[in-house]
Design a protein around this ligand. Sequence first.
Ligand code: SF4
Ligand code: SF4
Length: 429
Amino acid sequence: MQTNFSADQLRDPDTESSNQVLRTCVHCGFCTATCPTFVLLGDELDSPRGRIYLIKDLLESGRPATEEVVRHVDRCLSCLSCMTTCPSGVNYMHLVDHARTVIEQTYRRPWHERLTRSLLAAILPYPGRMRLALLGAKLVQPVARLLPHGVLGSRLRAMLSLVPARVPTPSALGGARTHRAAGAKRIRVALLAGCAQEVLDPGINDAAIRLLTRMGAEVVVAKGAGCCGALTHHMGRHADGMASARANIAAWIDDAEGFDAIVVTASGCGTTIKDYGFMFRSDPVWRERAERVSAMALDISEVLTRLDYVPTRPAPGLTVAYHAACSLQHGQKITAEPKALLRRAGFKVVEAAESHLCCGSAGTYNLLQPEIATRLRTRKLDNIRRTKPNLIAAGNIGCLTQLAGDGIPVVHTVELLDWMAGGPKPAVL
Ligand code: SF4
Ligand code: SF4
């Protein structure tokens, strides 16, 4: 694609990076067929190619974002399905991240959107605040239908519908500490405690800690590490996302003994941590440390494969519909490992039709775009139901929350692997 940036504009490293991305696109349109919003809405401007044109015009013009650009970029899930499909290797993730930052800096949203986004950014990355917010939401849930109609009311109802039936108590294994390997130590890893997952389902990291230590890993939840930064980064709040990333990099790199890997059980976070090197590419102070962290980051399924996971219980006779989180299959290109591990653990693994399409979770998307998110959830669950599974497994807390509540138990892959290797049976089964 031809671009027309001035030399002055290209001195900005973000614009220079986006210029390279834009020039890679040959506007063939292959990506449109696998884009969830184009599949649902059928509007070229809600396809990757349409958004690429809108972003190109936004960046080249140097003018504030228009309502039209914001509407179509906001509808993008950042699912990255288009990156898997694109034959030219267009890095849409970096382009849309840049566009979201420019929108945040130049566009004044209506007051209710500013309020919603500010609340999400102030609550979700902080486990203590999020727990309080969930407990408060439980009190409001019974009167949700009395909320006013209109955009704000429907957003609030969407948020309340995602509040779990029970707010879990904090984990006994949680907090910053070191978990010793059982037997001889084979590897020393940092485990990302994260933010929302720690509140919504602390059992996921508990399962990872039990399983990893049993397999000879020393697992460290580092003091000072927390939210990966993705939640705010994908809302265009660049400075907030970078601050979270910096805190994690410092916590992991400053560890005196060093780590063989940084293990992540929420694939949305893993995709962002693996991108820290790019995010700090123009920062002479942080770039090298950020690159080291990105190089060490591994999804839990990658670590368990490398450590040669072996189950100890007999096959449970259960059929698992494996739901591939977008951040895992498109963001990190991890497709085989989770399914191979589940099969090794004795489960029958099935995959639903349209497994490349997002379930509608996408970070804060199901809170900010509830109508499209609900349509994608329904479509996903309809496809999954046709495989007649006993349960659904996925590797990302957002997907687990989005798909829960439809009668089919939803479990993180690592909880199933831990169960089959001597851990407790997941509570939802
Ligand atoms: S498939 Fe790739 S090259 Fe083709 S239009 Fe989409 S982003 Fe551009
Ligand atoms: S990230 Fe997903 S929703 Fe956004 S343009 Fe690409 S395929 Fe479409």
